[in-house]
Design a protein around this ligand. Structure first.
Ligand SMILES: Nc1ncnc2c1ncn2[C@@H]1O[C@H](COP(=O)(O)OP(=O)(O)O)[C@@H](O)[C@H]1O
Ligand SMILES: O=C(CO)[C@@H](O)[C@H](O)COP(=O)(O)O
Length: 467
């Protein structure tokens, strides 16, 4: 029997779910993605039930999804509400995407039984950074995973990482029981369809909670005081403020909720068949966690909503082994029952770990959001930017700046200037020298996070505003 192990990573980004599997030599053995808008048209249709079912399409694979009623079009994987501030994603869309991607792997003959574990406390993990970017994997391909990550070979696990930070999922009372006994004959989006008290989950693009932010900062003694404890002043997309809004706007739904997960711990919960704890690093993006004590801050919790500590559960280091995959995956897909699941984390912490950043390195990530992050030893929280607990060494930290007008803004410029072609876009860019002869433009299609600004601002070489 071929004993080679596979290592598997899933990446829930704003716009799509990606999966990648690598072998011991870090060579990519499988890669796929489900694009939410394009591949799941039932969530991208303005009219309930509309969405043509093409032969061999994901829709055909999951004809049952026709029963899901879409009430609004997702664009870039999200619903932008009429106030232009509230931004959500349907929780069932994430479930369906996972069903689809796993079913496609099965149809393609992917051998799930070979998926093993690789994580260890304090070690860099086979995570988003090099699972997602095969080039990095190829750069290391003369070494085995065990050479590169010595302590990881002690685990047999599916190493699964989810992206996009701050988004939250609201489990209805009784759902733990359902999660514990997932029936292998049903896809997740059917088995879990009644488990959520909020169908449309707030995601990182949301900026509708300014009132909640001011309230939280006031309760704790000001913006800097909040940053000193949680690593960030109050930010609209941070989960504590989102929870406060849900508690105020939907008190009944809130009271019916037994567990609140981040998107990362939600995904981990699906794999272990139980509520997964939140990891310290992604948990730092909530305005609720004391980044020094690595525990929930009672004043922050109470300022946001009642009974929050019970609803959030515990916090664990990002490299924790959560347990084995639930029997659902063994029966439905043929995973090994020994396949372990490591705590899931946010996209940026996973990228820091996966790119094997060290102190002094700075990484820039250009995706739906653009981010800049670095490994730091001492946290010095300020009124701009964020300090998270480090996902690799939980006594260290990472600093992060996040820019909202990333790829979607670039796509708009590409469509206007280069007939929707990245190639042409790149050629135009190359046709001027770096620095563009002193001409510079700032393009903020939506209210930016860093700095808080909106609109197009262009300047010529003399620093005069250009039209
Ligand atoms: N050649 C390219 N040049 C610039 N941007 C690109 C190119 N190809 C894809 N993109 C953009 O990358 C974005 C997706 O990046 P990705 O890292 O997958 O997103 P996420 O941050 O949501 O994970 C898309 O919005 C797409 O427009
Ligand atoms: O809000 C932040 C970080 O604080 C964003 O970076 C989100 O985590 C979005 O992830 P992508 O979909 O852009 O990967």
């Amino acid at each position: 029997m071929d004993s080679a192990a596979y290592y598997l990573g899933f990446d829930f980004s704003t716009q799509q779910l990606k999966v990648i599997a690598v072998n011991e030599q870090l060579l990519v053995v499988y890669e796929d993605n489900v694009h939410f808008d394009k591949d799941l048209p039932q969530f991208g249709s303005a009219i309930p039930g509309v969405g043509s079912v093409q032969k061999g399409s994901l829709m055909e694979l999951h004809s049952s999804v026709n029963r899901i009623v879409a009430v609004a079009r997702t664009q870039g994987g999200v619903h932008v509400h009429s106030d232009k501030l509230t931004v959500t994603s349907p929780v069932l869309m994430w479930l369906l995407a996972l069903d689809c991607i796993l079913d496609r792997m099965k149809s393609a003959g992917f051998n799930f039984s070979k998926v093993k574990a690789l994580s260890g406390t304090g070690q860099p993990r086979l995570s988003d950074g090099f699972l997602h970017y095969p080039l990095i994997g190829q750069g290391l391909s003369n070494k085995s995973i065990s050479d590169t990550l010595p302590s990881l070979q002690q685990f047999d696990a599916a190493d699964v990482f989810y992206r996009t930070q701050h988004g939250s999922v609201y489990w209805k009372t009784g759902s733990r029981e359902t999660l514990n006994h997932l029936p292998a004959e049903h896809p997740l989006h059917i088995a879990l369809q009644t488990c959520f008290c909020i169908q449309d989950c707030p995601v990182w693009m949301d900026s509708s909670t300014s009132a909640e932010c001011r309230h939280l900062e006031k309760s704790i003694g000001g913006a800097q005081a909040l940053a000193d404890i949680t690593g960030s002043r109050a930010y609209e997309r941070f989960t504590g403020n989102q929870i406060a809004k849900i508690y105020k706007a939907k008190p009944e739904e809130y009271s019916r909720c037994e567990r609140i997960s981040l998107v990362s711990s939600f995904a981990a919960s699906l794999f272990i068949g139980d509520y997964a704890p939140i990891d310290c690093s992604d948990g730092s993006g909530m305005n609720l966690l004391d980044i020094h004590e690595k525990s929930w801050d009672e004043i922050c919790l109470n300022a946001c909503a009642p009974d929050l500590k019970e609803k959030l559960g515990s916090v664990v280091p990002s490299s924790s082994v959560l347990g084995n995959v639930s029997s659902y995956y063994v029966q439905r897909y043929g995973f090994s029952p020994l396949c372990r699941v490591i705590a899931f984390t946010g996209d940026n912490p996973a990228s820091l770990a996966g790119m094997r950043l060290e102190e002094g390195d700075i990484a820039v990530s250009l995706g739906t959001s653009d981010t800049l992050f670095l490994w730091i030893k001492e946290p010095t929280p300020a009124l701009e930017g964020h300090i998270f607990i480090n996902p690799v060494q939980s006594q260290d930290y990472m600093a992060l700046l996040c820019f909202k007008n990333g790829s979607l803004m670039r796509e708009k410029i590409r469509d206007n200037c280069s007939s929707a072609s990245w190639e042409e876009f790149s050629n135009i860019l190359r046709s001027t020298p770096p620095g563009n002869n002193g001409h510079i433009g700032f393009y903020f299609d939506v209210m930016e996070i860093t700095p808080q600004a909106v609109g197009v601002h262009r300047f010529d070489a003399e620093n005069q505003k250009a039209s």
